[in-house]
Design a binder for this molecule. Structure first.
Ligand code: HGY
Ligand code: MN
Ligand code: MN
Length: 416
């Protein structure tokens, strides 16, 4: 397969630097949370850039931003490229962003060379891939595949805004999500370029990673109820301290995640609220989120069972009560061998390549419910992500774009 795409480091640099300015400067790092004015600003810029290179732009029912280039054969289900431009709070400049900008750059180069694909091409910026203030991640891609039930649409953020209204505010039409959702067969293939967010490619001096599978993520919200009381007058043996109880369970979660299972697992508590959070008050209530990840559902089931056992022990010992709510679950995905081989054949001609699983979740987890998917990784400096130090060289991103573009051309011919 002859290479059509060229390395455009400078173009990528310009786009990434432009988006990196559309952030909430009050927060350290690069923060562009969904449903904020910075997100709106970035979407306007992206839509304009898409239109400039001939894409037909629309906002779908779930408020995803989609650019379309018609293909020669309208009977073929489209090919889709996508990712996300929202960030975690205090995040970086590359996570998700390079996948959307890669689609934009590919569209520019296709136009420049007057290449019309056989398939219609959709380039998507999925809304709110990161865990949102509604406690749900991969929001837009969930909606696109009808995996955003009414129960989720009714969730409120800490300010009382309902997700339903937030989607309307971002240009979506939540009442149409189900009827307009994509179903099996509606998409020929979904491809996503993403930073690895881990150390493997850099440590093995590889340019490209062919993703073999994506972990499933199970997120829960745990509430610990104790009894607030005076920190000075309450003897140690008469306390019902919610924070020490939560701490004991959090350390147990770390221990449970360090046990061995049939697949690698991770367990993290990254978000915690302590009430009333006064230095002279025994904490009465603690709410924290825990997430479990693995390529094996069974392993996550075992972890969850051990965590539940531990909550009962801590409840007893510390005379507090725990309640656990499921926030969101995404299934682990194993990528089809034929897709891996196809991408690998193309990538081997672009750079040094290895196969590896993804410990991060992606919009691809959701799209995999209705279409075959493939993912390509580029290296992350020091394996860092979800922090201001997140970095990939612009040339590394440009190599990823060429690999993604060539893979697109390969499957455009193969999936006829
Ligand atoms: O959390 C994740 O795995 C992804 O970066 N949203
Ligand atoms: Mn992320
Ligand atoms: Mn991401």
């Amino acid at each position: 397969m002859e290479k059509y795409f060229y390395l455009n480091d400078q173009g990528i640099k310009k786009d990434i630097e432009t988006l990196s300015k559309m952030i909430d400067e009050k927060v350290d790092g690069y923060t562009r949370r969904p449903f904020t004015k910075w997100y709106e600003q970035s979407r306007k810029w992206l839509a304009n850039e898409m239109e400039k290179c001939g894409l037909e732009v629309q906002i779908d029912a779930s408020s995803n931003l989609i650019g379309k280039i018609e293909g020669k054969n309208k009977d073929l289900p489209p090919l889709m490229i996508g990712s996300h431009t929202d960030t975690v709070a205090g995040g970086g400049r590359f996570d998700g962003i390079i996948g959307v900008l890669a689609g934009l750059e590919i569209a520019r180069q296709l136009k420049e060379k007057n290449i019309i694909l056989n398939h219609t091409l959709l380039i998507v910026d999925f809304t709110a891939e990161e865990p949102s203030e509604f406690g749900i991640s991969t929001l837009g891609s969930r909606g696109m595949v009808d995996n955003l039930p009414v129960e989720m649409l009714k969730r409120k953020d800490p300010n009382g805004l309902e997700l339903y209204d937030a989607i309307i505010g971002a240009g979506g039409r939540p009442e149409e999500i189900s009827e307009t959702a994509l179903r099996n067969g509606d998409i020929s293939l979904y491809l996503e370029l993403h930073i690895e967010q881990g150390p493997v490619l850099e440590q093995t001096s590889n340019d490209l990673g062919i993703v073999t599978g994506i972990v499933g993520i199970q997120r829960y919200r745990i509430e610990v109820k104790g009894q607030p009381n005076h920190a000075g007058t309450t003897p140690m043996n008469m306390r019902f301290d919610a924070l020490t109880a939560a701490s004991e369970l959090i350390l147990a979660i770390e221990k449970i995640a360090n046990l061995s299972y049939e697949e690698q697992v991770v367990g993290t508590v990254g978000r915690l609220f302590n009430e009333p959070n006064g230095s002279n008050v025994i904490p009465g209530k603690v709410i924290f989120d825990v997430e479990l990840r693995s390529l094996s559902i069974n392993a996550m089931k075992k972890m969850f069972g051990l965590i539940m056992e531990k909550t009962r022990v801590v409840e007893n010992d510390r005379r507090v009560s725990f309640s656990i709510d499921k926030l969101s679950h995404s299934e682990p995905i194993l990528i089809e061998k034929e897709i891996i081989k196809g991408i690998e054949g193309v990538c081997n001609k672009v750079g040094k390549t290895i196969r590896l699983p993804s410990g991060a979740g992606h919009d691809a987890n959701q799209i995999a419910r209705i279409a075959p998917i493939g993912m390509i990784f580029i290296p992350s400096k020091d394996g860092k992500s979800h922090c201001p130090e997140e970095w990939s060289e612009y040339n590394q991103v440009a190599i990823g774009v060429v690999a993604l573009g060539n893979a697109l051309l390969y499957f455009d011919e193969k999936f006829l």
